[in-house]
Ligand binder design. Structure first.
Ligand SMILES: [Zn+2]
Length: 202
């Protein structure tokens, strides 16, 4: 089984590995890409310096997602793994709602799960550190997007385009806000994409 202490490959020199080197799934990224709808299916793959390090397929179900992949420990036999991960939703006070993973082991609400062992679990369960500074930027950018979208009366789904100028708003103000929104979107997608080293295949 995965979990703390199982397989020592994710530790290096006795120090905690930065989570950037891990296979990870960020629910904010899935949401931003519009992949969270029930029935949506696809695969996620990870690579490190151009070399494939793993891939999984996912399908969205009513209350969460199913992951399917193969896992082997220390060069042993490959075994098929199916993992069900439940979601939780909370409302944001700045509009929109936020979807969380419930860590399959500890039940904590988290936005990123790590495939550091057999299962995808939260960083607490795998005892990983992460770059909180970058996390902070992503959160700030997404909050900014929601704030602007609320002001413009646009959908809180971050993938939806902002089409309509609210009545009475100057065109200049509208253009500026829309530009700010798309810059924030670009920046958070860039950081998340870089951090995850993720490629999407369909
Ligand atoms: Zn956990």
């Amino acid at each position: 089984m995965g979990g703390r202490g199982s397989g020592s490959w994710y530790r290096w020199g006795g120090r905690k590995t930065n989570t950037e080197s891990q296979k990870q799934i960020d629910i904010r990224w899935l949401k931003q890409q519009g992949y969270l709808q029930t029935g949506s299916m696809g695969s996620l793959s990870w690579s490190c310096r151009g070399e494939a390090t793993g891939s999984i397929t996912y399908s969205m179900i009513e209350e969460g997602m199913l992951l399917n992949y193969r896992y082997r420990k220390n060069g042993g036999e490959w075994e098929p793994v199916e993992q069900r991960i439940l979601f939780d939703r909370t409302r944001c006070n700045y509009g929109g709602n936020r979807t969380w993973f419930l860590c399959p082991r500890c039940g904590k609400r988290v936005v990123v799960l790590y495939g550091a062992g057999k299962l995808f679990l939260c960083r607490h369960c795998y005892d990983l550190t992460y770059r909180s500074q970058q996390e902070g930027v992503v959160d700030r950018m997404m909050r900014k997007q929601w704030k602007i979208r609320e002001r413009l009366g646009a959908s809180d789904a971050l993938v939806d385009p902002i089409l309509f100028k609210p009545k009475g708003m100057h065109q200049k103000t509208f253009d500026r806000l829309r530009n700010e929104e798309s810059r924030a979107s670009y920046l958070s997608a860039l950081i998340m994409g870089q951090r995850l080293g993720i490629n999407i295949e369909w």
